[in-house]
Structures are given as structure tokens and as C-alpha cells.
Design a protein around this ligand. Structure first.
Ligand code: CA
Length: 704
């Protein structure tokens, strides 16, 4: 059909409908052709969002519905025929950075956010680009993005597509052609905020949070009116300067749980991912992040729980007023955010139906709470942990002695990247199971007593001294969790950690992408693998499913990268995949060709560049590297397949090392200038360490 109709790419989606109407008109012969129904791009009303569960053709909101279960009743693809699934189309997202976005699908159009907050609108049946919008985020802002320059997606409402940009703007685009309609700055640009999370639209308000707690900011969530971008409300998650008036009774109460001068460092508690909404209770659920700085002894030296860090907050969506809170990690000191996926479900527990909210936050406990009151119902560890011994009757973690890393460096489980991170879970109503992309990784943590707050810099008060990945094994597995009995039912071990989000569909199916570059379908009740296909890159984001003209598709935005491949390169290298963002869509009988992925490189060459350096230079370079560079380029200079592995840098890079590192010569590629942070001498020491690591790798890899 499409071949016979000349159309501009922008009109592809509509021309199909127009043609159908035209043909219907021809068949009617003598009748005048019926007027084409107006097709409004992004035609998502509040009523449609509330009824998203029944709207099987579409994926209207981040977690498909406000309950964020990521379950679809679509059944054309089932456990019997899933082996016939094949690639229908692919679309290049033109990036080497990690892709985390869940696509939104509305009436045959797909909207997906790539790194640097670039929005791609695609024909959901063909992958053809309808339009693309680049908010032109200054590449230097990568310095304030702890965990890559990713975006987890957009929201669509009333003909508009909403994207939060890495540099803290909220932009409304015309869903038909990507033209900006309004734009508003959601953050103080002098502070190191960033936005990576997907907005949600509730009652005509665009809800958006932000990140930045690794650098030192005060967390909050904001609501902007969809039609004009004016601020409806802003709710802080941690108290500010207590000598100033409190913004709310909740902030006044929270301030009693803080000590010292936390507000000077921001305090943290950023709302960088999870949001959910219950239209019946009219409650908006918000997950809050870790403290700024991480170590509580530096943040709040007099103790206290530091509300509302690492908490689930229930807010009134009209006003942002807090109704209840539940703190998953009181007095967080391990970077245990509770920004992980918040999911709503109705479960029968002890013979009665309970409206629950469920979360598997970084701290390793799976929580089930009453979502009307915030009352703790149950909880249990879903990943290896040594920071806590269990939960008390109120669901408060009982800290272990081992978790106190003040006197010596401790190998803490879960690590700062958590027992579960942003990778979405899903819930299958037929099995009653929650599918958790689980992480099992330890990380050494030591208290940096010398820490002093440095505005706009990495502010953790945690020492990375003694960081060595040798012997540290990163496990990643898909876990089916029974939220009623709080027990694992089955698990599938993956070859590497940092595997994809999950999607549950009718007829016993579960989809998950893998770190090692596959999309896999499992039987939801027992975890038996039914189908797998190569993706050409690591898959981290959550898949979606939808129909166009009655044909069911399963699609995922693939592309390796993010905090684990960047910071923990040697562990991430187990996956042996590289970046290469693409959207992949599958249907029964699909036979499109997969664009090849980048091959895993051979051993680094012996560097030829000569630099005068002593062992003391190398040692100091290692310290500086792990302080300033390792979070993106990888611990021990081992790249994880996404950001450039410095051991492969040739003469051209080493010749220009000072200009690149201090002068920002490659800022347009996302390498910010460190001239204000590293002196020339320090940059030279870092270079000496990089060359040392490259020589070591070249020698080791040459030895059988
Ligand atoms: Ca964090």
C-alpha cells in the first residue's frame, strides 16, 4: 500500500488511514467519499489514560497504565507461536550511549527518547522516522549526569509529547511534527541537577522530577500544566535551611530528623525515576533517592532518619500535598535510592484483597505496602545483602554491624547500583508474580572523614580507596517473585549483570532483554526460555507491545551503557557487547535484517606514546582517575563497551591529552573540560596512569 502512495515521511502514519478512507469511498462508487476523520497525533486525553488498561492497541504511558504493571492483555503472540517471532523493523537511534527509554505508542506512532534527551517519532508499523527533536543539551552537562546521559522516555497528552531534558528543562512538542510548543526550566541552572526520568501526565499536569544527589542537590518533584507549562506545584523531598520558613508541614516534620548543615550540601532525595498513580484513591506515588552526600555521618552528623530520603511518598496530584510516607532505608548511607519502579496491584493477602504498592528498591528488600495508608504489609530480601539483618514489624531495616563502614572499608551488598536499579519490573495477573531484573554485586565503601563539600563536584564522603574489581563478581538474574509469600519462584541466571526491564503479556509470556545482547521470551509461570534473538547490543530498557492494523508488535529500545558499564567496566565487560542504540520491533513472521552490532574489540595495542612518569605519578594518577574519571571511563581503566575505553587511545589522543581533558577539546562528544578540577600536573599523572593501565592490559592479554 505504502509503495503506491507518495507521501512525505511526516505523513506516513496518516496517509495509511487516508488511503483506507479513500478506498472505502471508491467502493461506495456513486456515493460521495466520506470525509476523512481528523487524526490528531498524540490524541491522549485524561479519560484515555485512565482507561489505558483496556486500550490494548497502544502503550500510552511509561508503565502502560498508571498502575505501572507493564502487563498487556494482547494475545496474538503466545507461548505456542512465540518461536515464529521475527524482526519487523529497526530504527537507528544514532548513539553509543546507554538507551533506557520505554517507547510510548499512540495510534500507530511511537515516541522514544534517546540519550541527550533526543526524541524520535517513528511509524510504529515500519520504523520510519516521522520527526526528530534534539533539545541541544550542552554536552558539558554530562559532568552532572552521574549515571550517563540517558533518558527513560517521554509522556504524551493532548497532542503533545513531553520530554525532560538532561539539563533540566521540560519541553512540550507538537506530537504531529515535533515542533516545540512550550519549554520551561525546572531547575536552578547553577545547581548540578539533571533529568533522566520519564514524565507522567496526571489530571492534565505533567509530573517531572530530577537527579543530582551524587553532586549535592535538594530533591523535589514538580507539576506543570500540560497546556501552557506553568508550574502548578512543587514538593520538596528533604528540608531546606531550617532558619527559613518550611514549605509544608511535611518539611517541618522532616527537619526534626536531620542534624547539622545538610541544606548546604543539598541533602539529596531526588525523584529521578519512579512515579505511579491511583485514580480511585487519587494518590500520586513518588520514589525518592539517596542522601547528599552519601555518608550520613557527614550529611547529618547528629543522626536522625533524614526524612524523606529513600522513601515512597503518596501525594495529592492536585496540590503535591503529602498524604503518607514510607522510608525504605532510614538514614541512608549506602546510596540506597527508593526511586526504583513503583507498581500498584490488588492482591489477596491473608484472605483479604489489599490495594498495594510494591517496590524492589536498591537496598535489596522487596516491599509490599497498603497504598491507601502506607502501612507496611510485608517485606523480604530479594538479593544478597549484608548491610541489614532483616526487617522489624514495621518494615524498618535492622542494620548490621558490618554495614557501618566508618572504621574500615567494607564490601557492601547490595552495591551502590543496587539489588535492583531503574530497569522496570512487570507483574503478570495470571501468575501473580513480579519479575525483577535482579543485581547481585558488592562494592567497597569506606568513610571519607576528610570530605569537604565542593559545590558542583562529586560529593559522596565515601572513599574509593582500595577499589579493586579483582575477585568481585557481578551477577545478574531474572527473578520471578511472589509478592504475597515474599519468596522467589524461579530465576534465570544471566551471563552478565545489568539486564533489561521486563514485559508480561497474556498467555503466559514474559519478555526481557539481556546485557549480552538478546531479547528473550520466557514462560511466565516457570521461566522456561521459549525464544531468543540477537539485538546487536546490550538491552536494558523495558520492552512494550502494541498493535497496528490488528498486527501485534513487541518492541524494545536497545543500546548498552549507563552507570554499570561506565563505572564497573571490568564486570560489565562480561557481557561483551558495545553501545549502538536502536529500536527493534518484532512480529510473527517478521523477516527484517538485524543491523550488525559493533564487534567486541581485541586486546588493546601496546601504547607507543612516551610520557616521563614515576611510579609515584602513576599512583597519584590512579587516585585522581578513580576520583574524577572512573565513573564514566571505568574502574581500573577498563571500559564496559559504552564510553570510550581509554586503553585503546592512540597517539592522537595522548598528544592532545591536556587539551582534551583540561581544555574541553572534545566537549561536543560528551567529554567535559576538567581544567578547573585537574591541574596540568594532575592531568599528566592521570595520563601516566592510563598509559600504565594500557601497557599492563596489552601485556596481560598477550600472555596466554
Ligand atoms: Ca545515587
Amino acid at each position: 500500500m505504502r509503495d503506491t502512495v507518495p507521501a512525505t515521511p511526516l505523513l506516513q502514519g496518516r496517509s495509511r488511514l487516508t488511503l483506507a478512507v479513500l478506498l472505502a469511498g471508491l467502493w461506495a462508487c456513486a456515493e460521495p467519499p466520506a470525509p476523512a476523520p481528523p487524526v490528531q497525533a498524540g490524541n491522549v486525553s485524561d479519560a484515555r489514560l485512565r482507561a489505558a488498561g483496556e486500550d490494548t492497541a497502544n502503550w500510552l504511558s511509561h508503565g502502560r497504565t498508571y498502575a505501572e504493571q507493564r502487563y498487556s492483555p494482547l494475545a496474538q503472540i503466545d507461548a505456542e507461536n512465540v518461536s515464529e517471532l521475527g524482526l519487523a523493523w529497526s530504527a537507528d537511534l544514532q548513539t553509543m550511549r546507554g538507551v533506557q527509554a520505554t517507547p510510548i505508542v499512540v495510534d500507530g506512532s511511537m515516541y522514544v527518547a534517546a540519550p541527550w534527551s533526543v526524541v524520535h517519532a517513528l511509524d510504529a508499523a515500519t520504523g520510519e522516522e516521522l520527526w526528530r527533536y534534539d533539545p541541544q543539551v550542552p554536552k558539558t552537562h554530562s559532568r552532572f549526569a552521574c549515571c550517563s546521559v540517558a533518558s527513560r522516555g517521554v509522556a504524551v497528552h493532548d497532542g503533545r509529547v513531553f520530554v525532560g531534558t538532561l539539563d533540566g528543562r521540560l519541553v512540550a512538542l507538537d506530537a504531529a511534527d515535533g515542533t516545540p510548543v512550550w519549554e520551561t526550566l525546572t531547575v536552578d541552572p547553577s545547581q548540578p541537577y539533571s533529568i533522566t526520568g520519564a514524565a507522567r501526565v496526571v489530571k492534565g499536569l505533567v509530573i517531572i522530577g530530577n537527579g543530582g544527589a551524587e553532586y549535592g542537590v535538594r530533591g523535589y518533584v514538580s507539576a506543570y500544566r500540560s497546556e501552557d507549562g506553568t508550574l502548578a506545584w512543587r514538593t520538596y523531598t528533604v528540608p531546606g535551611d531550617p532558619s527559613l520558613p518550611f514549605e509544608s508541614p511535611a518539611m517541618e516534620k522532616a527537619a526534626e530528623t536531620w542534624n547539622g548543615e545538610w541544606w548546604r550540601y543539598g541533602g539529596g532525595g531526588t525523584v529521578w525515576d519512579a512515579l505511579a498513580y491511583d485514580p480511585e484513591l487519587d494518590l500520586l506515588y513518588v520514589g525518592t533517592g539517596n542522601g547528599s552526600p552519601h555518608a550520613r555521618w557527614a550529611r547529618s552528623p547528629g543522626g536522625g532518619d533524614n526524612l524523606y530520603l529513600a522513601s515512597i511518598l503518596a501525594l495529592r496530584p492536585d496540590t503535591g500535598e503529602q498524604v503518607w510516607h514510607f522510608q525504605t532505608t532510614p538514614a541512608d548511607t549506602w546510596d540506597y535510592t527508593a526511586t526504583q519502579h513503583i507498581m500498584l496491584a490488588d492482591l489477596e493477602i491473608d484472605g483479604r484483597m489489599r490495594k498495594v504498592v510494591m517496590q524492589a528498591p536498591k537496598n535489596g528488600f522487596f516491599f509490599v505496602l497498603d497504598r491507601e495508608t502506607g502501612e507496611f504489609i510485608s517485606g523480604a530480601p530479594f538479593s544478597k545483602m549484608n548491610w541489614a539483618l532483616g526487617l522489624d514489624a514495621d518494615g524498618r531495616p535492622i542494620e548490621s554491624e558490618y554495614g557501618d563502614y566508618r572504621t574500615e572499608t567494607r564490601m557492601i551488598y547490595p552495591s551502590q547500583i543496587g539489588g535492583h536499579n531503574w530497569h522496570p519490573m512487570s507483574f503478570h495477573p495470571n501468575t501473580g508474580l513480579v519479575y525483577i531484573p535482579t543485581l547481585e554485586i558488592g562494592m567497597p565503601m569506606g568513610y571519607d572523614e576528610e570530605w569537604v563539600h565542593q559545590p558542583g563536584r562529586w560529593n559522596l564522603a565515601v572513599s574509593f580507596d582500595g577499589y579493586a574489581s579483582g575477585g568481585n563478581v557481578a551477577l545478574g538474574y531474572l527473578q520471578a517473585w511472589d509478592p504475597v509469600t515474599q519468596r522467589p519462584v524461579w530465576r534465570v541466571d544471566h551471563v552478565a549483570a545489568w539486564n533489561g526491564g521486563t514485559l508480561a503479556t497474556a498467555h503466559n509470556l514474559l519478555f526481557q532483554g539481556s546485557a549480552d545482547g538478546r531479547l528473550v521470551a520466557y514462560r511466565a509461570d516457570d521461566g522456561e526460555m521459549l525464544w531468543e534473538t540477537p539485538a546487536g547490543t546490550g538491552v536494558m530498557a523495558g520492552p512494550v507491545t502494541y498493535t497496528v492494523d490488528g498486527q501485534q508488535y513487541v518492541a524494545v529500545a536497545a543500546g548498552w551503557g549507563g552507570s554499570f558499564p561506565m563505572g564497573m567496566g571490568s564486570m560489565a565487560a562480561q557481557a561483551r557487547v558495545r553501545g549502538g542504540g536502536r529500536v527493534l520491533a518484532y512480529r510473527l513472521g517478521g523477516d527484517a535484517e538485524l543491523p550488525p552490532g559493533l564487534p567486541w574489540p581485541g586486546p588493546p595495542p601496546m601504547p607507543s606514546f612516551a610520557l616521563e612518569a614515576s611510579q609515584a605519578d602513576v599512583d597519584e594518577g590512579s587516585r585522581l582517575y578513580h576520583l574524577e574519571c572512573g565513573v564514566c571511563h571505568g574502574g581500573e581503566v577498563v571500559g564496559g563497551g559504552s564510553v570510550h575505553d581509554l586503553r585503546y587511545s592512540g597517539e592522537a589522543v595522548h598528544e592532545r591529552f591536556q587539551a582534551i581533558v583540561r581544555g574541553g577539546e572534545r566537549a561536543q562528544l560528551g567529554m567535559p573540560a576538567f581544567g578547573e578540577i585537574l591541574s596540568e600536573e594532575e592531568a599528566r599523572q592521570v595520563q601516566a596512569y592510563v598509559l600504565f593501565a594500557a601497557r599492563q592490559a596489552a601485556t596481560q592479554d598477550a600472555t596466554p
